[in-house]
Design a protein around this ligand. Structure first.
Ligand SMILES: Cc1cc2nc3c(=O)[nH]c(=O)nc-3n(C[C@H](O)[C@H](O)[C@H](O)COP(=O)(O)OP(=O)(O)OC[C@H]3O[C@@H](n4cnc5c(N)ncnc54)[C@H](O)[C@@H]3O)c2cc1C
Length: 566
């Protein structure tokens, strides 16, 4: 890695980016290449050792091509991914990625020998280091290995820079930039400062082990095992190593110290894995390999640049939008955000390739000219991000089934995949980030629901009393009709709230800001009635007040009256 500025002499930049993870690094590279002067802050530049972001879908590979960062997948012992394999009891079904059909608009993917598109899986840290190195190599990007502690706000309420502490010298850096892009990941410290009113929710955690030379039944494929305690994922992260991620439902994990977590894995996860893998996972568990975990958070996106947000700050990546990692879509969404934002906010050296992007170079000091660009970004990301968000949340509800109607849907979903053809091709195009078409998602989701109901009537099932397989007779039909209604209702309850969170993000929240809102949208009380109504719905999550505090420090770089927020 080339030298990292520990304390930059330069104090003024066009853009300050907080966090050199997947999205921050890619965006710094894109904006730097476009001619913007970028300060990229990262608290620790050593190679991260994390259990996240290890499988990049073909849609994400395309974003890397668009950003000219495809070389970051080379020389990291990345493994080609050709699709998925889903295991359910003794049965399994292959879900290959589709043929390459791109007209180029969505970028070029990596094509396997068979002509099918491919993803890549790898050690997260190796990939991040490649992205960081690419950013460092950009003359316009200055990397500051330092932790951003505070954001600076001027008297007019604009964010005008950041205050960070350098890692090696502990020096306090005051960096000024008209635009701060917060890409500090899932535990974002500055989400609230920005004015976001939606907090992440956690339904489960992934617990991880690293396996050596695991005998995967279907190499070069992501393995999804549907067990009674939730889905388990396995995929190679190098030629020698395989990651296993075991979903444990609930916000809190059983205690690893008391051995409860190990017992849960031994009794509720391992017996349901493909037989060839069971000894290998047991061995690692019994060896006492540290069980690492991450919360599986859901955070619906929010349109940036709204009136309630502090001017001069934009959230991106996990700081702005998260979904269950079951479908491995986070990096794909984040890298496409880097593509869109580079096109929207790029400098003079950048000619957006897409004729629909506004061609003018935006003055980053003029928030009013940035707001429409941020709205355009919102709509451009909408198709892909909403498909990946909704699919991840809905599939997790089915695969982590915890009631009997969901179990019917889970079984129906597996049987739907067994039909092959479009019943596999459609869903995998959505999952891989190649088909950003929400209506295709609704079509397949409700097809699964209807097929589950069909299977309820027509397919043989185990009789709970006798334990024998039998096909339902006419006398059972009245009961099955009632059951079908419950199953269909459950399908709606799974899908529609997530769809609703996506739709809500399209409505700029003018509530409480009547004077800034166009008269046509104001309700009788002077507020936007639709927005106030939506905000009052508890499912959306609690409102969080911005935690702006005043500080009494004054430096040459900090104008008296500027506010500092944590
Ligand atoms: C268990 C799990 C598995 C996942 N698996 C996949 C997968 O297989 N495929 C996929 O596409 N996605 C996956 N994801 C999602 C994916 O990891 C994220 O979407 C992606 O990493 C988001 O990138 P980011 O840049 O927003 O955040 P991060 O990659 O987390 O980067 C944030 C960076 O900010 C830095 N930082 C934080 N605070 C500060 C500060 N104050 N000052 C300076 N620096 C700071 C951090 O050190 C870090 O480097 C998974 C997520 C989870 C939880």
């Amino acid at each position: 890695m080339t030298a990292i500025a520990s304390a930059s002499k330069q104090r003024e930049f066009d853009v300050a980016i907080v966090g050199a993870g997947i999205v921050g690094s890619a965006l710094a590279y894109g904006l730097g290449r476009s001619g913007r002067k970028v300060a990229l802050f990262e608290r620790d530049m050593t190679e991260p050792d994390r259990i996240v972001g290890e499988l990049l879908q073909p849609g994400g590979v395309r974003a890397l091509y668009k950003l000219d960062l495809i070389d970051c997948l080379r020389d990291i012992d990345a493994v080609p991914v050709e699709g998925y394999h889903v295991f359910y009891g003794p049965k399994s079904v292959p879900i290959p990625y589709p043929q390459e059909q791109s007209d180029g608009r969505w970028g070029k993917g990596i094509e396997g020998k068979s002509g099918k598109v491919e993803g890549r899986s790898f050690h997260h840290g190796r990939f991040v280091q490649k992205l960081r190195n690419a950013a460092i190599a950009q003359p316009n990007v200055t990397i500051l290995e330092s932790t951003v502690r505070e954001l600076i706000e001027d008297k007019q309420g604009n964010n005008v820079g950041v205050i960070a502490t350098a890692k090696d010298t502990n020096e306090e850096l005051h960096i000024r930039a008209p635009l701060t892009i917060v890409a500090d990941g899932c535990f974002s410290k500055f989400r609230r400062t920005h004015g976001s009113t939606i907090a992440p929710t956690v339904r489960s955690n992934f617990v991880a082990l690293e396996l050596e030379h695991a005998p995967l039944p279907s190499p070069h494929h992501g393995h999804v095992v549907l067990g009674p305690s939730g889905p388990t994922l396995l995929y190679q992260i190098s030629t020698e190593h395989t990651r296993i991620l075991m979903d444990i439902s609930g916000e809190k994990l059983p205690s690893a110290g008391k051995g409860d977590l190990q017992r849960h894995i031994q009794n509720r996860v391992i017996p349901y894995l493909p037989e060839a893998l069971q000894p290998c996972v047991s061995k690692e568990l019994n060896k006492g390999q540290r069980l690492r975990s991450m919360p599986n958070s859901f955070l619906p996106p929010s349109m940036q640049g709204q009136n309630k947000h502090r001017r001069g700050i934009v959230l991106v990546g996990d700081a702005m939008n998260m979904r269950h990692p079951l479908t491995g879509g986070g990096m794909t969404v984040g890298l496409w955000d880097a593509v869109h934002l580079t096109n929207e906010l790029g400098g003079a050296a950048w000619k957006p390739e897409d004729e629909y992007y506004g061609q003018t170079v935006k003055d980053l000091h003029d928030w009013n000219s940035l707001k429409p660009a941020l709205r355009e970004w919102h709509w451009r990301r909408k198709g892909l991000a909403s498909v990946i968000n909704i699919l991840a949340q809905a599939l997790y509800s089915l695969f982590g089934a915890d009631d009997e109607n969901l179990e019917v849907l889970r079984e129906g979903c597996f049987k739907y995949f067994e039909l092959g053809g479009e019943c596999v091709g459609g869903p995998v195009s959505l999952l891989s980030g190649l088909a950003p078409q929400p209506f295709l998602l609704f079509y397949h989701f409700f097809s699964v629901a209807l097929y589950s109901i069909y299977a309820l009537f027509m397919h043989p099932r185990k009789d709970p009393k006798t334990g024998k397989m039998h096909t339902p007779g006419f006398l059972e039909y009245p009961g099955l009709v009632l059951r079908s209604i419950a199953v269909f209702y459950t399908a709606c309850v799974v899908l529609l709230p997530v769809v609703f969170t996506e739709m809500r993000s399209n409505i700029p929240a003018f509530a409480g800001r009547a004077k800034e809102m166009p008269a046509a949208t104001a309700g009788k009380d002077g507020k936007n009635s639709a927005a106030s109504w939506l905000n009052s719905i508890p499912i959306i999550g609690p409102h969080i007040n911005s935690t702006t505090i005043r500080a009494s420090r004054q430096t040459w770089f900090w104008n008296p009256g500027d506010r500092i927020s944590r």
